[in-house]
Design a protein around this ligand. Structure first.
Ligand code: G6P
Length: 479
């Protein structure tokens, strides 16, 4: 067994909660990193003086561990080749499309797999160094699926949890992966494997039975060494109160009004907010909106669409293709349908601080979330959290994990453009009473089930699975 460190709660994730970015003048600074994972875990980390192991972005940058906001951060560097083979390659051009229903075709390359194994090993070794005797280590997401088993071999004393933030695919798709068995065995190093939805957990247990040959009963897998592993759903959420407080602030309210003024105070503002990713269904949604104008249901004076697309994974070919397609579509729609000072679509290829996002959510009458497949989609929950007056409308894909909880949204099938048009139009025309009935019910869900409740339920389940073992983890403080 490797000798132990001093951290009682260790998070292992591909990304650190902060990125090292180089400014145009050559100086560097730390910035919050993209994605929902970071905002989800920060509160529990602060409550436990946790240690977070992750990549700060960039290549070949060696940084010493440091403290930030009550967390200890351990930056892991990556070589240019690891970024290419492990991050852009195996994580984002093999696993990402494979786990999202093959929305794009996954590429399988043996050298990418080798890089995945070696990066996972390095992260596992670092976790083994920093974790105290009997500590809890919580490993996150598809980039780190081999870490649980590697870590268990190094440190059998640890309590190990794994949480997958993206969908876990059906056996029929997963079994295309040449390294399917290694991934399943990697995950089985954990005591508890968490998924967004129960369907993902069931897919996993079925695959373990079929492909690894272990005995299973309901959500439990029995390993030959006597250990058992539980697979269950823990739908992730957001810091609801923090978003609501932000939305209620005077600055955000003022900025929201400014945004509406700049847009020309149309009757309805539609909003899309996504990482620029082919799973998000941005193209189909913009087409549906533009067809409603062409069909004469409303005019550019009545309605505008604001699409915020955060730059993402720009070195990966499929993301470059998507960017070109969206650029062209927006140009096409605005060229055909816009008037002077009145584009139909306001397209922003940029990322904004949380406060600015809250102002966008406040300014929008209709939030449009139409992924072809999405683990959860926290944007939908953020919008609901910001609508503290119980107004606003949410159009939501059935194929986002959030649709399981936010049943009162206008639910759509993103492959069905006419169905999507009908839902957008219904949301556009809905009266205040209807919008408020739906929004109030969704607000109840998001308020009761926030990120602190999510983290607490995962971590308390993990301690119950190994009760006589290890130290307890304090629940996150609610804001
Ligand atoms: C999703 C994934 C995260 C990832 C984030 C941003 O939310 O589940 O693991 O960190 O996207 O993607 P990136 O490739 O920039 O880390």
């Amino acid at each position: 067994m490797a000798s132990s460190g001093s951290a009682d709660l260790v998070i292992v994730a591909n990304r650190l909660p902060v990125d090292r970015v180089t400014l145009p003048d050559g100086t560097q600074e730390w910035r919050p990193s993209p994605g929902g994972l970071v905002s989800a875990l920060e509160p529990i980390m602060r409550a436990n003086d946790g240690t977070w192991i992750g990549w700060p972005g960039g290549t070949d940058q060696d940084h010493e561990p440091f403290d930030a906001d009550g967390m200890s951060l351990v930056p892991m560097s990556m070589t240019a080749q690891e970024v290419e083979y492990f991050y852009e390659g195996f994580a984002n051009a093999t696993l990402w499309p494979l786990y999202h229903d093959l929305v794009a075709k996954p590429s399988f390359h043996r050298e990418w797999w080798d890089a995945y194994v070696s990066v996972n090993r390095r992260f596992a070794e670092r976790a083994a160094e920093v974790a105290s005797e009997g500590a809890t280590v919580w490993v996150h997401d598809y980039q780190m699926q081999l870490v649980p088993q590697m870590l268990r071999e190094l440190r059998p004393d640890l309590r190990i949890g794994f949480y997958l933030h993206i969908p876990f695919p059906p056996a029929e798709l997963f079994q295309q992966l040449p390294w399917r068995r290694q991934i399943l065995e990697g995950l089985l190093g954990a005591d508890l494997v968490g998924f967004q939805l129960s369907g993902g957990a069931q897919n996993f247990v079925r695959l373990v039975r079929q492909r690894v040959g272990h005995k299973t009963h309901r959500d439990l897998v029995y390993l030959p060494d006597g250990r058992s592993v539980r697979a269950a759903a823990f739908p992730i959420s957001i810091d609801t109160a923090a978003y609501e407080d932000l939305a209620r602030s005077e600055r955000v309210e003022k900025r929201a009004q400014e945004i509406r003024d700049v847009l020309g105070n149309p009757r309805r503002v539609f909003l899309g907010v996504d990482r620029l990713d082919y799973t998000k269904g941005i193209y189909a949604r913009l087409r549906a909106f533009s067809e409603l104008i062409i069909d004469g249901h409303f005019d550019v004076e009545d309605a505008v669409f604001v699409q915020v697309a955060t730059p993402s994974r720009e070195q990966v070919e499929q993301y470059r293709i998507l960017r070109d397609e969206i650029d062209r579509l927006v140009g096409h729609i605005n060229g055909d349908l816009g008037r002077i000072g009145r584009p139909a679509i306001h397209y922003l290829h940029a990322s904004y601080p949380r406060e600015e996002m809250a102002a966008f959510y406040r300014a929008a009458d209709i939030m449009v979330v139409t992924p072809f497949r999405d683990g959860m989609n926290l944007v939908a929950k953020e919008y609901v959290a910001c609508r503290y007056e119980g107004d606003g409308a949410l159009v939501l894909s059935e194929f986002a994990g959030a649709a399981d909880e936010l049943r009162q949204a206008w639910l759509i099938n993103p492959y069905d453009i006419n169905g999507m048009k009908a839902a957008l139009l219904e949301a556009y025309r809905a009266d205040d009473k209807e919008r408020s009935r739906r929004m109030k019910a969704m607000r109840k869900t998001v308020t009761q089930h926030d990120v602190a409740a999510w983290a607490d339920s995962f971590l308390s389940e993990l301690s119950e699975l190994r009760p006589s073992h290890g130290k307890s983890v304090r629940p996150a403080k609610r804001s």
